[in-house]
Design a protein around this ligand. Structure first.
Ligand SMILES: [Zn+2]
Length: 333
């Protein structure tokens, strides 16, 4: 048993508390703390398996597992990676930093990717595992200085490769020092807020970052090629005047849809004639060197909504819908 004089008064340091007592004694931790799993479609995350729960053949559970309570309309079948009988976890949801801190380690382990955040100067660290993909830079212990903010996505939640059921969930621990000083985080977490789904936040409120796409004949930059197979919205603007020229979207072929705008020879030869329904035509073509493009990734289901929202907001010069509205206004009946 170690004493933590920086967390409790000297008179209490001799008290032989249980781990649960420690969490109750230290009270709220300094700074902003949030649940390490964001809300999902408005649903708050829950502890699906608590601290110290017995585990067959292994030591007791050293943290809490976090998922969402199953709703009657959930399509996820029990026994599959996205759901147990009582809880569900969708694909692609990020784990977020529970508080401001510094990445202490972010690496691959037999139980999936794992991240440790140091929340100094307070002697508190948080541990996240069964992660499918890191969103912070990989780092050996003590080798990173990457700062994170409370609620910032740090990884995508996955499942432990050692778990036979491969059930997706976040395993989360709070350490008052190192891994041997882990406590039950549940009493603390009762006072923590939850953050919105960062994917949704990004889609609606993120800044549009415009980038050049190179000149005709160049290969496309990496960020354009990374759009292959993705869903989302793109905005094309004039590189000099910054006039918004066109907003388009794709539910899964963002790269093809965007790059068609720069294939002027195909347009002039009628290459796509009859291939697209109204509203899905790739639109006008633009000389690559004279425009800049901003892209916002969305879920496939949300790409068209986001396109409509951006058209209404940005009023692009060349969109069919924008032109129709302008024409309607000019007609006096
Ligand atoms: Zn666990």
């Amino acid at each position: 048993m170690r004493a933590w004089p920086w967390l409790v008064g000297g008179g209490l340091a001799a008290y032989a508390w249980s781990q649960r007592d420690v969490a109750l004694l230290i009270g709220p931790l300094p700074g902003r703390w949030v649940w390490p799993v964001p809300r999902w479609n408005g649903r708050a995350p829950m502890i699906s398996d608590g601290f110290n729960s017995p585990r067959p053949g292994v030591a007791r559970h050293g943290g809490v597992d976090i998922m969402f309570e199953r709703a009657s309309f959930d399509a996820f079948k029990p026994g599959k990676p996205n759901g147990s009988k009582l809880f569900v976890m969708p694909d692609g949801l990020p784990a977020v930093a529970a508080s401001d801190g510094t990445v202490w380690s972010a690496m691959h382990t037999p139980r999936g990717f794992a991240v440790v955040l140091d929340h100094g100067p307070v002697k508190v660290a948080t541990f996240y595992t069964h992660l499918e993909k890191l969103l912070v830079a990989p780092a050996a212990p003590g080798k990173s200085n990457e700062r994170v903010r409370a609620g910032q996505p740090i990884a995508i939640i996955g499942a432990s490769p050692l778990d036979a059921e491969h059930l997706k969930h976040l395993h989360f621990e709070v350490w008052l020092g190192g891994p041997s000083d882990r406590i039950d985080p549940a009493p603390l977490m009762r006072g923590w807020e939850t953050v919105g789904d960062p994917n949704a936040l990004c889609a609606r409120n993120g800044t549009l970052v415009y980038q050049a796409v190179g000149s005709s004949g160049d290969s496309y930059p990496d960020w354009v090629r990374a759009l292959k197979g993705k869903a989302g919205v793109y905005v094309i603007r004039d590189a000099d005047s910054h006039e918004i020229l066109y907003v388009g979207s794709s539910a899964g072929r963002l790269y093809d849809t965007l790059t068609r705008h720069f294939q002027t020879w195909r347009r002039s030869k009628g290459f796509w004639k009859g291939q697209y329904g109204e509203g899905h035509d790739p639109g006008l073509t633009y000389p690559r060197a004279s425009v800049e493009v901003a892209v916002r990734l969305t879920s496939p289901a949300k790409s068209l909504d986001e396109e409509m929202r951006l058209i209404a907001k940005l009023k692009p010069r060349d969109n069919l819908i924008g032109r129709t509205e302008a024409a309607d206004e000019a007609i006096p009946f």
